[in-house]
Design a protein around this ligand. Structure first.
Ligand code: HAM
Length: 422
């Protein structure tokens, strides 16, 4: 029979606690660390639906972005309404805040979940991937920028990310952005015939995005174009310097005046963290300020800043720090399911949170079960057979230390054993 396959660019994550560097385990671990850090910064969780009205992303992420132009997973539902699997989380968060009429309050929110973009799959670029994001809503430029960068530094430190550089830039305030965009348009108009269709469209709709063009011809033309740095106000330049001087002892930070982000809603401070260990898709997180989005989506004027982390990319450059939890493999050798023996397993689990108890559920010989325990990287096998049931004892077999002998312990002493190895 023909086999069914997963869709291109969509991966399964299958955890296996016994295998060192199992990709799924690394991802789950990374998510756990991120959640701890978010809670540590007193940020609350938000969950929004995976499906949204297509219009939401067209109006937020924007027509000049690759995401809206060619990567949306959009479908007609049974009512002929165009709906889209979210390509990112920011738009949905703002939609939700406006809908709940809480857009005049400030919020610190985090989310974690799958996003979908119809991209050409390659290393660490998927069509379904996971993002952990933060949105600080109702906070103007200043402390919120510092807080976001502080979180990024904490992530880099906690997960020991090597070769990470946080690139930062400022897209200017309304006035300077307008001046720069006009200057860029004036400069590029004589080259209109040399620009490809996408860049020409960007030139009219969002000239800043041309700086992000992947076309080498455009990049060549841009070499002599006006530079954003020359248009930035002193306040904008100062905030970049302030961020750099505050955190450069914590993590590598570089001001990169050519950094513009791939989404249309950004207004001020923008950033991307890259690592040379990632290859072509080197950004593992990105974000920035988007002070106009809430108003543009029909809500109040609400300043905002946020970021999103590509979980798969971050996990791939993460060194797991957590020492693996001790695993105890419980082997019951009896022809019947013995309530007395199973109760021991139940009791063991209630004794410690840091020790994992794996009851071997399959039939099989003691030898095959010990082989399985070793494969799973268990530290001890606890063996209970007919004789042990009669005498209310357990055989404890250390699996990691070749020189240690197995011992026999009574049911009632098992608690002290668990405490000992905890
Ligand atoms: P973004 O730069 O489009 O920003 O995505 C953030 C991160 O998601 C990227 O740096 C990357 O690590 C990961 N990512 C994006 N596409 C893929 C893919 N196809 N496969 C694997 N990972 C991917 C945003 O999404 C904004 N919403 C960030 C933000 C929040 N700005 C303000 N608030």
């Amino acid at each position: 029979m023909k086999k069914v396959h997963s869709l291109t660019g969509m991966i399964d994550l299958i955890g296996n606690k016994g295998i060192k560097n199992n990709v799924a385990e690394k991802i789950f671990y990374t998510e756990k660390v991120l959640k701890n850090i978010f809670n540590n910064y007193s940020i609350s969780e938000i969950r929004t639906p995976a499906l949204e009205d297509t219009d939401l992303f067209k109006r937020s992420v924007g027509d000049s972005s690759d995401i809206v132009n060619k990567e949306l997973y959009s479908f007609l539902d049974k009512n002929e309404k165009s709906i889209t699997l979210r390509p990112e989380g920011t738009a949905s968060v703002i939609r939700s805040i406006i809908e709940k009429k809480i857009d005049s309050e400030s919020h610190k929110l985090w989310y974690l979940g799958p996003m979908w973009r119809y991209e050409r799959p390659q290393k660490e670029r998927y069509r379904q991937f996971n993002q952990a994001g933060i949105e600080f809503l109702g906070y103007s430029e200043g402390l919120a920028e510092l807080e976001i960068v502080s979180i990024i530094c904490s992530i880099i430190k906690k997960l020991e990310i090597d070769d990470s550089v946080l690139k930062i830039n400022h897209l200017g305030n309304k006035e300077s952005k307008q001046k720069f965009c006009l200057a860029l348009q004036d400069f590029l108009k004589p080259f209109s015939k040399e620009l490809d269709e996408r860049d020409l469209q960007r030139l009219n709709s969002n000239p800043l995005r041309i700086l992000d063009s992947k076309n080498p011809e455009t990049q060549k033309i841009l070499q002599d174009a006006p530079k954003i740095k020359d248009y930035l106000s002193n306040e904008s330049l100062d905030i970049l310097e302030l961020i750099k001087s505050t955190f450069s002892s914590e993590c590598a930070i570089e001001i990169d005046y050519s950094l513009v982000r791939g989404l249309d809603y950004y207004t001020g401070f923008v950033f991307e963290a890259v690592s040379s260990n990632l290859g072509a898709q080197d950004a593992y997180l990105g974000g920035g300020r988007y002070d106009n989005l809430c108003h543009e989506l029909g809500g109040k004027a609400m300043p905002a800043i946020g970021m999103a982390i590509g979980i798969e990319r971050l996990a791939s450059i993460t060194k797991p720090l957590e020492k693996p939890q001790t695993l105890v493999s419980l082997i019951l050798i009896s022809s019947n399911i013995e309530p007395k023996a199973y109760k021991i397993a139940h009791k063991l689990r209630s004794l410690s949170n840091s020790i994992n108890i794996d009851v071997q559920l399959s039939d099989g010989s003691l030898k095959s079960k010990l082989r399985r325990a070793n494969k799973d990287n268990a530290s001890y096998a606890l063996i209970i057979g007919e004789h042990e049931l009669e005498t209310e004892t357990v055989i404890i077999k250390p699996l990691k230390d070749q020189n240690s002998e197995q011992t026999v312990m009574s049911f009632k002493d098992i608690e002290s054993f668990i405490k000992e190895i905890e």
